[in-house]
Design a protein around this ligand. Sequence first.
Ligand SMILES: [Zn+2]
Ligand SMILES: [Zn+2]
Length: 414
Amino acid sequence: MPQPALNECLECGLLQRCPPLPRGGAARCVRCGSVLRRHRPDSLERTLALTLAGLVLFVIANAFPFLAFRMQGQVTETTLLTGVAELYRGGQWEIALVVLFTSVLAPGLQLLLLLAVLAPLRLARVPRWLPRLFRWMRTLAPWGMMDVFMLGILVAVVKLADMATIVPGTSLFAFAVLILVLAAAQASLDPDLVWSRVALAPAPAPRPGDAHRTCEVCALVTAPGGARDGRCPRCGAALHRRKPESLQRTWALVLAALICYVPANLLPIMTVTSLGRSQSDTIFSGVVFLFSHGMWPLGLVVFVASVFVPLLKLLILVGLLLSVHTRTRWRPRERTRLYRLTEAIGRWSMVDVYVVTILVALVRLGNLASVEAEAGAIFFCAVVVLTMIAAMSFDPRLIWDRLELQHVRDRRAP
Ligand SMILES: [Zn+2]
Ligand SMILES: [Zn+2]
């Protein structure tokens, strides 16, 4: 009987063998508890069906009016891309680019790439370009933020409720279903199954103790000398023992985000003009507005997402960096779990950027009513993107490396 393949836990770096999984079962790392692999029943068929449905919904969501804004007999209609176009016209191309990428390009490309990978696999074919496309799809996945965009729509509609009537368009319904379909597609996708279909040239099996490398995209463990030109023999991603210059990069990004956090909160993120009167809004005053109008559940969500989460995430990252520098042995499992948390929650901070985008798109009636994005929004957008990249560049295996080093030293000591 062939031995099960070696897996490296990408969160603590432990090499272990995964037994074959039962239907719907999962294997967790014996040391840190993170999920190593999960079996998804009928993964190929389900994901392919959901991808096709997603593509149809994506076209509808982009082709028809999204929301209409009605005030004193005047109507403005918007599509998904109106906000991006308006931001670009207003000179805020940085935000326009981030919104375009996270709400339209990343989800759309993700669906197309999934189709290009799953359709041939379903026909039992593995074209040469398949591993590369699947690697791109996996890299894009964290940047699709349609669910956060939906929350942004909710906040924007509530904000405008006493100013005008908001009429949902065809697109909005397609968009809402698309979010569910995309989430279901992601949940039913079994990346290990896709990777297992890619044929590999015979290579020496890595043994525990070897200076092996593990691909961070497809999780293939390669023995020394098994990779040509430092790239993964399966998906072509650059191979490293640990994420390159992880500590330095994460520090630089965290510091940059901390610096941007100050103007992001002090400067106004938008100016609202209504019946000739202009008023600038900061992130905090936006939260106060929701609270003072009795919308405290939504106010709480925006406060947590925009003020609390970015700061918490930065503090956790600083704490993790310091813990690696000081080589502490304190609760490595919990620290790894904290890291997982920062990776999962960071994207929700984007909600205020989307609120500004939607308001800019909807409220375009000149002196009667208009909304313009301000400098604070750019800094805020920078905070969210920088902390997301910072969390991605931190390597949680460093937490465990220090412990292993200590363990080896302790055993050597007489
Ligand atoms: Zn682990
Ligand atoms: Zn790979």
